[in-house]
Design a protein around this ligand. Structure first.
Ligand SMILES: [Zn+2]
Length: 244
């Protein structure tokens, strides 16, 4: 894979880099994306259910155990997924002494952490964590193999996975951190996510408004006026070529 020298220089010389990753990065580790869900889960007993419904408060209220079991199944599926070259390269890059690298992700699978990243701004939460729907307290008990919704030890409410469901607001602190990282960077790298869709589009636009260069890494580049350069390719391959 060839990357234009001009683009390479921009990446190597930026002082403050903010990276936003999305479903494409996880997909390269074999994690089913919502878009491809139906096809990829055809073999499972869950293929008949609409993932949008499962990942919603309405779906949970309608049948909490079913939604909980769906998440337990997804966690099980994730257990044998490994971080790929992109996850590892980003983790290594974050340790750079000369560049300040902040990582924001829309992924909930924890693969960045598994790949060695310590500080990750999680815009959509993390599937491995749980909290109470009612009092919002974190639930840190072991849920492995638990197939019915757990009662909150604090208030008796229902324990749910700590992921952002459709139509829910993003976690405030994570969003503030993401905004501030985008506001103050000189390079914004959007990886495996469309730069057209919220919230990626908003953060990329914010970075650009402050003079940052916006680069998208995507096998299928999106048409966006915010993007200055696009590196067409899979994230794992691109990061291998970048060799940062
Ligand atoms: Zn509670």
């Amino acid at each position: 894979m060839d990357i234009e020298p001009e683009v390479l220089a921009l990446i190597q010389h930026a002082k403050r880099v903010t990276i936003l990753t999305g479903a494409g990065v996880s997909a390269e580790s074999g994690v089913a994306t919502f878009r491809a869900y139906k096809e990829e889960t055809q073999e499972s007993l869950w293929s008949q259910y609409d993932p949008q419904k499962m990942a919603s408060i309405d779906g949970f209220r309608e049948n909490p155990n079913r939604v909980w079991q769906w998440y337990q199944w997804r966690r099980n599926e994730l257990k044998n997924k490994e971080p790929n070259d992109a996850h590892k390269a980003i983790a290594k890059w974050q340790q750079s002494k000369t560049q300040n690298v902040t990582l924001i992700t829309q992924n909930v699978d924890g693969l960045h952490q598994a790949g060695g990243s310590k500080d990750v701004i999680e815009l959509h939460g993390n599937i491995w964590r749980n909290h109470c729907l009612q009092c919002l307290a974190d639930y840190n008990g072991d849920v492995d193999g638990v197939e019915t919704v757990i009662e909150c030890p604090e208030c008796g409410g229902q324990i749910r996975p700590s992921v952002v469901w459709f139509s829910e607001a993003l976690p405030e602190q994570a969003w503030r951190d993401a905004e501030s990282a985008s506001y103050s960077c000189d390079l914004f790298l959007s990886v495996g996510t469309s730069s057209q869709v919220y919230p990626a589009a908003g953060l990329a636009a914010l970075a650009k408004s402050q003079g940052a260069t916006v680069i998208e890494v995507n096998p299928e580049p999106t048409e966006s006026s915010v993007v200055d350069y696009c590196i067409e390719g899979k994230a794992g391959e691109v990061f291998k070529t970048l060799n940062i």
